[in-house]
Design a protein around this ligand. Structure first.
Ligand SMILES: [Zn+2]
Length: 279
């Protein structure tokens, strides 16, 4: 090839131009704004808030209750997972995410508005090979009846199994072989949800202060607050959360993931274990 570059090498990418989104944070209820700026190769995803830079990796995680918060030196950014899923789903390895407020905007409860904005801005291929994480042997973390297993593979595939003792959810599963177009079509639009019975408790814990019917599917015993985008939207959203949480590895993971009823805490624990194994 005239460029001298092998097409087989998977190269790092950043956004081609700045991407801006704003809106209320799901938990804080505060008006928040993000600007996703291009970053150099090998920079990774960095959140910049009030002069502090917080790298998007599992070592920065400060909280996993109903969302993933990152922090450093007294600064924090809440609910990063849907934006991180969008960046990974668009193949973005490097970006500087500047934040006004303390939380990523909830947008519509999914990753789609982030994906649409990133796709509209375009991506820039960079002059370094993408960082890849491959396993030598299976790794599993578990807690109670939940677990998440990562097994060696030459690509990322996520199989999520959920079982809710709830008439509107029940047992659902979704298997997603990671591929950018498939992420954007099949996973990114899947929205977050909450059981109506949980709402009062979340609000008393100062969570979900910005939750409303335009950014969360509310699940009552006999109905939903809106029509679903997919019959199995809940399981797809759980896959979205896993993809976003796995982005805290700071590398593209090649593994078969089997997640049974796992949430952010367990997903992040898996990433910590993988980072420890890497040394
Ligand atoms: Zn989520």
């Amino acid at each position: 090839m005239s460029s001298g570059q092998s097409p087989a090498v998977d190269r790092q990418r950043t956004v081609r131009e700045n991407v801006g989104l704003s809106g209320a944070g799901l938990h804080s209820g505060e008006p928040c704004e993000v600007i996703i700026r291009p970053a150099d190769a090998d920079a990774g995803i960095i959140f910049a808030i009030n002069g502090e830079e917080i790298p998007a990796n599992a070592r920065s995680v400060t909280d996993t209750a109903r969302g993933v918060s990152l922090g450093a030196n007294g600064q924090r950014v809440m609910t990063v997972e849907h934006l991180l899923a969008a960046l990974r789903g668009c193949g973005i390895d490097n970006a500087r995410v500047e934040l006004t407020g303390s939380e990523i905007p909830a947008v519509d409860g999914s990753s789609k508005p982030f994906v649409d904005a990133i796709v509209a801005a375009g991506t820039q291929i960079q002059d370094r090979p993408r960082k890849i994480y491959e396993l030598r042997e299976p790794v599993c973390v578990m807690s109670g009846g939940s677990y998440i297993l990562a097994a060696p593979s030459d690509r990322l595939c996520v199989n999520y199994v959920m079982r809710y003792a709830h008439p509107m959810i029940g047992a659902q599963s979704f298997t997603f072989a990671f591929e950018q177009e498939a992420f954007q079509k099949d996973i990114a639009p899947a929205r977050t949800f909450v059981l109506y019975e949980e709402v009062a408790s979340l609000i008393s814990q100062r969570l979900a202060q910005g939750g409303n019917l335009s950014n969360t599917i509310v699940v009552w015993q006999e109905r939903l607050s809106c029509d679903l985008r997919y019959p199995d939207e809940f399981a797809r959203h759980k896959v979205l959360d896993v993809v976003g949480d796995l982005a805290l590895l700071g590398a593209a993971l090649r593994a078969d993931i089997v997640a049974v009823k796992s949430g952010h805490a367990l997903n992040v624990e898996l990433v910590r274990r993988l980072m420890e194994l890497e040394g």
